[in-house]
Every structure is written in structure tokens, then in C-alpha cells.
Design a protein around this ligand. Structure first.
Ligand SMILES: [Zn+2]
Length: 262
């Protein structure tokens, strides 16, 4: 495994976005992990909430946030593809803007079609082939790992890009870390079954904590993917920068990842 350093963070206009070091050299591939900074939504969604679903955060504000994001990244807001994310294992190949029903992974080979995955504890994941022919954006929480959605998306992408799975490059963005993700055995048991090579749960003060990004990395490695960048950034520890569904008991916005083939 290549232990690529991390996520590089930079200011883009009024926004602050991150990029996985392992993905930035792929020709024609753009991607950005977003933070909550630089948008127009009020509390508790302040400020760059990307999720339209929250009735209390008006749709026009979320549309404005997506517009600000598009401008900062020099892409088109009217070309976004979003997904009705359901913690399942469905992978959808898209070639036009819009909202994909019930799926947690989007794949495209179409240029100028930004895929937008939203998270607030789960991991935003980008997968690409080294020639930049195809791209996947995946919403991956513990259920996603247990169902193997990232590996499923990777295999499908490799087929489309006509390259071996082992050549793929994966970036894992900010999600809840082992410092904050306390769970019970209803989570640790299916995760250990799905990823026997993954890190063991950490016991602290009589509670169990799991390393989601480490587990996903182990799963990808076991599937033959050798280049995985993870920033090890815990969104739940950084309330000024990121939303966290657990930290805010559900009343919060969504950051995410945008990825596109230019
Ligand atoms: Zn944390």
C-alpha cells in the first residue's frame, strides 16, 4: 500500500476545500472535499450545507451553496449529479445531470459531469483509473463497508475503464474517526466479518471505537487496490470545519465530495 500523505487543503475563493494527494496527478480528474465554510445557510446548517433534503434549510440557500461551490471549482452547478443515498450497495452509472434514485455510488465516464456525494460522518470516497477515463464517487459508512460498496464500485469502474482493479487510485475524505466513532457489537461483528483484515475495535473507558477509514483501506487493499490516500481527518472533532450527524444529533447539514472528469 502506498501511504500517500493526506488531504491537501486550500482556499478556493471564499471556500476551503481538500484534495487527496493520490488523485491530484490523474489527468483530467478534478475533485474536492468540502467543509462547512463559505456558504450562506444559517445555524444549525451554517454555512455550506449541500443537502436539499433538510426542509428547514431552504432550498434556495442550498442551491446558492451549490452555486458557490461550482464557481469556486470552475464547474457548472446545473450539471451536478446527486444520489438519494440510502446506505445500500447499489452502484449507478450516470451520463447526464440529475438525481439518481436509491444508490450510494455514482460512476461516470462523461466529461463535465460533477458527481456530488454528501456526508456528515460517513466517508466520501473517490475512485479513478490512472488514465482518468472513469470516475466513481461513493458514500461509505459502516453499512457501506459491510456491504462492500466501494469494492463493487471499483470493480465496475475498472471494467468500464478497461484497466486492472490493482491500477485504481482511491481517495478517502473526512469522516468520523476512531477518536469519536463509538459503536456496539451490532456494528463491530458485521464489519469484522466483511473485513477480517481490518483494524480491531479499540476499547476505551468500557466503550468500543472503530476506525472506519482504516477498515475501508484494509478492504480495498484486500481487493487488490494498492493506492489509497486517507487524510485521517475526523469531522466530528472539528465542529468549526465540518458537520457531524452524531455530534449534532442529526440536526445538521452535509459536506461532501465533488468529483468530475474535465
Ligand atoms: Zn474525532
Amino acid at each position: 500500500m502506498t501511504a500517500a500523505p493526506a488531504i491537501r487543503w486550500l482556499k478556493r475563493g471564499r471556500l476551503f476545500v481538500g484534495a487527496s494527494s493520490g488523485l491530484i496527478d490523474i489527468p483530467g480528474l478534478g475533485h474536492a472535499y468540502t467543509t462547512r465554510l463559505g456558504g450562506v445557510s444559517p445555524r444549525p446548517y451554517a454555512t455550506l450545507n449541500l443537502q436539499l433534503k433538510d426542509g428547514e434549510d431552504r432550498a434556495n440557500r442550498v442551491a446558492m451553496n451549490r452555486q458557490l461551490l461550482a464557481e469556486a471549482l470552475d464547474i457548472r452547478a446545473d450539471r451536478f449529479v446527486t444520489a438519494d443515498q440510502v446506505h445500500g450497495d447499489t452502484v449507478t452509472v450516470v451520463d447526464a445531470p440529475g438525481h439518481a434514485p436509491a444508490c450510494d455510488a455514482l460512476i461516470t465516464m462523461t466529461r463535465g459531469l460533477p458527481l456530488l456525494i454528501q456526508v456528515a460522518d460517513c466517508l466520501p470516497v473517490v475512485i479513478a483509473d490512472p488514465a482518468g477515463r472513469a470516475l466513481a464517487a461513493v458514500h461509505c459508512g459502516w453499512r457501506g463497508i459491510a456491504s462492500g460498496i466501494a469494492v463493487k464500485a471499483a470493480r465496475q469502474l475498472a471494467g468500464l475503464a478497461e484497466c486492472p482493479v490493482s491500477d485504481l487510485v482511491v481517495g478517502i475524505g473526512p469522516g468520523i474517526g476512531p477518536c469519536c466513532f463509538t459503536v456496539h457489537e451490532d456494528v463491530t461483528v458485521p464489519l469484522a466479518a466483511a473485513v477480517p483484515t481490518g483494524p480491531a475495535p479499540i476499547e476505551r473507558d468500557g466503550r468500543l471505537f472503530i476506525n472506519l477509514a482504516g477498515t475501508l483501506t484494509a478492504q480495498l487493499l484486500a481487493a487488490g487496490i494498492s493506492t489509497v490516500s486517507t487524510g485521517n481527518v475526523c469531522n466530528a472533532c472539528k465542529p468549526e470545519m465540518f458537520y457531524s450527524y452524531r455530534r449534532e444529533s442529526g440536526k445538521t447539514g452535509r459536506q461532501g465530495v465533488v468529483a468530475w472528469l474535465a
